[in-house]
Design a protein around this ligand. Sequence first.
Ligand code: 3EB
Length: 358
Amino acid sequence: MTDVALTPDTLDVEFRKRTEAPAPDFPGVHTLGVVEYGPRPAGPSLTHRGVELTVPMAAAEADGFAEVWTTTRPVRTGYHRGIHYAYDGEHLFCAGRLPAARSYARQTEEAYTALLELAGELGYHSLFRMWNFIGRINEDNAERLEIYRDFCLGRATAFEKSRYPLRRLSAATGIGALGEGISFCALSAKSGSCTPLENPRQIAAYHYPPRYGPKSPSFARATHVRHTAAATGTGTGTAEDAPPPLDTPTHDRLYVSGTASIVGHASVHAGRIEEQVRTTLDNIAGVIGDANAAAHGLAHGYRLTDLYRAKVYVRHAGHLDAVRRLCAEAFAPEAEIAYLNVDICRSDLLVEIEGIAR
Ligand code: 3EB
């Protein structure tokens, strides 16, 4: 197994400019899914790049960017009750789009029920990351319920009816998008082991009090994943069902949820961008740090400089420069960081940051 260190990681993600020609196909590297951040919604659809989804968001960069999920295992695709999916025998990438509606709870419940059902039927039981891009997130639906709360109601109902334990919920992002409707995508693992993490400084989102909406948001602060690599370590595995051999190489990632300036359950530093960024970074550092990692049974923790990918959502374009400066100070120079100008799920929040540590 001496070649293992030279093998690309089983599941990885990189950011590319949308205007760039697609990277040449490397032998043994396949694309599971592509999330493009562009001006208008599109997809999801199935292509030679797995599932492609375009999320309507004003990227700070003129042409937006694409988030490309690659795998060393061959990919197959499919469609099930509104969900387009791609899978490699170890990872499942699902995506869907809910059209503009008077209210979103019912559609959201149906979509998450379908997603959980699909993942279960295919044997990808460990959901480890979800993203929800919500149009008009801080505006009311036709029944005068804020659309974010409307969405949370449907999502929580789906997990409840699927008898999904709260303590198994995964990392997530819930964030504003342009236009109307909701785009979503999620990743699940088959044999990789997943550990959800909470933040001692914050109340679990799924225990937020009812003042924030009829049902609490269904997510954990982070998911640690020990990914199972290609069975042979050379990328020649197949998408067939086969248990990984005992000496299968693994690699670890810590997927950090969208994180904001929330302490306990309350938003703090209303109207103050620098303080909100600092509190958000402190929250992330606390979740991923050694003490919290040990409290969740992990061998070691991470630091902000271990985040090799991050997405930074900023409500006001005028705050972008300040946010960039603070993030550049906190993250490693080689980290890929994307900035997006969108609304945040609570109207008093100005910034939300997510990332992946390795
Ligand atoms: C928070 O901590 C900020 O509803 O899926 C962050 C990450 C937030 C995910 C979601 C919401 C979600 O409550 C907002």
